[in-house]
Write a protein that binds this ligand. Structure first.
Ligand SMILES: C[S@@+](CC[C@H](N)C(=O)[O-])C[C@H]1O[C@@H](n2cnc3c(N)ncnc32)[C@H](O)[C@@H]1O
Length: 255
């Protein structure tokens, strides 16, 4: 019975892949070994071991067995989506399917599509998504497709609502990440709601927040606001680095 319970739990993974812990730890240990004959190498050894330690701690903070920060950050998206749940919703960069599945459960009449390129950086896959949807009882209304956020394989105005969580900054080969927002809005029907969470307050990636909002408005959306979610009380100081959760924000509105 215990075995059966364990087998039926969804697996939503962790935003900090295990290799971000093991690779710097292994390099640190190699340097530590070499520091015996060459003492100066103790410096890179210490740096790599500290990096490994940081990512191990971040994994713990994100995990449901730790401080559950990953679920709480993802949980900020759905309440900002002003939708009646009728029609088709797209989740861009669906990862392990968590947000797509959450929204399928929230909107029982919706058809949900999750798209991701499932590259090597995370321990996610289409199979993991499909299994999670099955376990959560929504597999009949959720489909997962492989594709890139940079060129979504859908016609203009296909979806009634579009969401995305912490994906755009990860998309390789696109210098101006704002273009990914534009591409996401392309597949949204006129008047449909959108909610995107990403590192929108990281100026090196998205520029000044007011310019970002102005750019989105200039693409013909009727409403848009940028909400600073990086100051949510559940985000610990250790995760407030810009490339972690220190610059997260939500862009929400209506096309
Ligand atoms: C931090 S994870 C977030 C996953 C998911 N949105 C969540 O909230 O758990 C970033 C996701 O972006 C996806 N990704 C990276 N580049 C992508 C691309 N070009 N097209 C689609 N997805 C991409 C990764 O595969 C990964 O699933």
């Amino acid at each position: 019975m215990v075995e059966q319970d364990r087998a039926e739990k969804p697996d939503y993974g962790n935003w900090v892949a295990t290799r971000l812990v093991y690779v710097p730890a292994a390099i640190g240990l190699i340097f530590a070994g070499l520091a015996v004959p060459f003492p100066l190498l103790a410096i890179p050894a210490a740096i790599f071991l500290l990096i490994a330690l940081y990512f191990a701690y971040a994994r713990y903070l994100f995990s449901p067995q730790g401080r559950n920060v990953q679920n709480q950050i993802r949980g900020l998206v759905a309440p900002h989506l002003d939708w009646n749940g009728e029609g088709q919703l797209l989740d861009i960069g669906c990862g392990s399917g968590a947000l797509a599945i959450e929204l399928a459960k929230k909107y029982p009449r919706a058809q949900v599509t999750g798209i991701d390129h499932w590259g090597g950086s995370w321990e996610y896959s289409r199979e993991v998504c499909a299994r999670n949807a099955e376990i959560e009882g929504v597999s009949g209304r959720v489909a997962f497709e492989q594709g890139s956020a940079a060129a979504l394989p859908f016609a203009d105005e296909t979806f009634d609502a579009v969401v995305s969580n912490l994906t755009f900054h990860e998309v390789g080969g696109v210098k101006d990440k704002k273009e990914l927002i534009r591409e996401a809005l392309r597949v949204l029907k006129k008047g449909g709601p959108f909610t995107f969470q990403d590192l929108f307050l990281w100026k090196q990636v998205y520029g000044e927040p007011q310019d970002l909002v102005r750019a989105v408005k200039s693409w013909g959306v009727s409403e848009v606001e940028l909400i600073n979610t990086s100051e949510s009380s559940f985000i610990p100081a250790a995760l407030k680095l810009p490339f972690m959760a220190g610059t997260i924000g939500i862009l929400a509105g209506r096309k």
